[in-house]
Design a protein around this ligand. Structure first.
Ligand code: SF4
Ligand code: SF4
Length: 286
C-alpha cells in the first residue's frame, strides 16, 4: 500500500463521526467573532479561554483514561458485538450511527480520494497483556479483501521494508541484486523502500511474492491506532473492503459508548478498579 496513505492522518471523535479528514482537522482554531477590545474585557475573555482550555484538556484526559480502562475492563465487548447486541441498544435510544448514517457513509467514502484512517469499534492488541487479540481476530474474520489490487498498484512514495522483509524477499528471488534494483535506500531512516506501484504486482496473478510479502502487506489495511483513539484498531480508508467494514460496524460504537459512560460515572468511586491499572503500561498495537 502506498506510503501516501499513512496512519494518523485522520481522527475519530468521542461522539459522532469516526472519520475526519486532515483538512478538517486543520480547521480547528478559527478566529473569534465579536471580540471585546477593552483591556478589562480582554482579560476576562482570556481568563475564560484559559478555563475553557483547562476544562477541555481535563475532559480529554478523562476520556482517554476511560478508553484505556475500557480496553482492559470490558473484555466481553468483542463477544457482545459478535452476538449483535448493538441492535437491541440501537432500538432503545437514538444514535448517530442511525440518525446520521448517510453523512457517515459519505465521509467514509471520501477515503477513495483523501488519505485518512478510520478507527474501528474493536480493541487493538494491548502490548502489556497477552490475551487481547480478540479485536484483531474478529476483524480478520469479517474483513473480506476484494482483490482489487489498489493497495499494490497505486503509485505512491514507496513501501517501507521491515527488518527481515529484505532478507526474506531476496532469498525468494534468489538474488539481493534483483531486489536492490526495485528499491531505494532511505539514508535518513536507514531502511529500504520498495518502489511503488509495487513491481511484484501482476494484474492477472496478483502478488507474485505472496508467501514472502512484506510485513506491512500482511497487516494491510490495518494501520497503527489513531492518536485520538489509541486503543482501537484503525484501517486505511483507501481500501474499499475496509470502508465497507467501517460502515457495517458503525452501530457497534453504541456498545463502546455505553461502556465509556458507565466507566465515567464510576470513575470517582473509591472502589473503582482504575487504581489497579493506573500505573501499568497501557499501550496498544495493531
Ligand atoms: S480490497 Fe483492500 S486489501 Fe484487498 S486488494 Fe483492494 S485495497 Fe488491497
Ligand atoms: S508485495 Fe505483494 S501484497 Fe505487497 S504491495 Fe506488492 S504486490 Fe501487493
Amino acid at each position: 500500500m502506498p506510503e501516501g496513505h499513512s496512519p494518523g492522518s485522520g481522527a475519530a471523535k468521542d461522539q459522532g463521526p469516526r472519520v475526519q479528514s486532515r483538512k478538517s482537522l486543520d480547521q480547528s482554531g478559527q478566529g473569534r467573532k465579536h471580540q471585546d477590545r477593552s483591556g478589562r474585557g480582554r482579560k476576562a475573555q482570556d481568563q475564560r479561554g484559559r478555563e475553557q482550555r483547562d476544562q477541555g484538556k481535563g475532559d480529554q484526559d478523562r476520556i482517554l483514561q476511560v478508553k484505556k480502562l475500557c480496553h482492559r475492563l470490558c473484555p466481553d465487548c468483542v463477544g457482545r458485538k459478535r452476538r449483535g447486541e448493538h441492535r437491541d441498544l440501537l432500538s432503545q435510544r437514538p444514535h448517530w450511527s442511525v440518525l446520521r448514517r448517510e453523512e457517515q457513509h459519505r465521509q467514509i467514502d471520501l477515503g477513495e480520494r483523501v488519505p485518512f484512517d478510520i478507527a474501528l469499534p474493536l480493541p487493538a492488541k494491548d502490548r502489556g497483556f497477552a490475551d487481547t487479540a480478540e479485536g484483531i481476530e474478529l476483524f480478520r474474520e469479517m474483513f473480506s479483501c476484494q482483490r482489487c489490487g489498489r493497495c499494490c498498484f497505486t503509485p505512491g512514495a514507496g513501501l517501507m521494508l521491515e527488518k527481515g522483509d529484505y532478507e526474506r524477499i531476496s532469498r525468494f528471488l534468489g538474488s539481493r541484486k534483483k531486489l536492490r534494483a526495485l528499491c531505494r535506500y532511505d539514508r535518513q531512516e536507514g531502511v529500504w523502500i520498495l518502489k511503488q506501484p509495487c513491481p511484484f504486482y501482476d494484474r492477472s496473478m496478483g502478488c507474485t511474492i505472496y508467501p514472502v510479502r512484506p510485513l506491512t502487506c500482511t497487516q494491510y489495511p490495518l494501520h497503527p491506532p489513531l492518536k485520538e483513539m489509541p486503543f482501537h484498531l484503525a484501517v486505511d480508508a483507501f481500501c474499499p473492503a475496509a470502508r465497507s467494514l467501517a460502515k457495517e460496524t458503525l452501530g457497534w460504537w453504541i456498545i463502546c459508548e455505553n461502556n465509556w459512560a458507565r466507566l465515567l460515572q464510576n470513575m470517582d468511586s473509591p472502589r473503582f478498579p482504575a487504581r489497579t491499572y493506573r500505573d501499568r503500561e497501557m499501550t496498544a498495537d495493531l
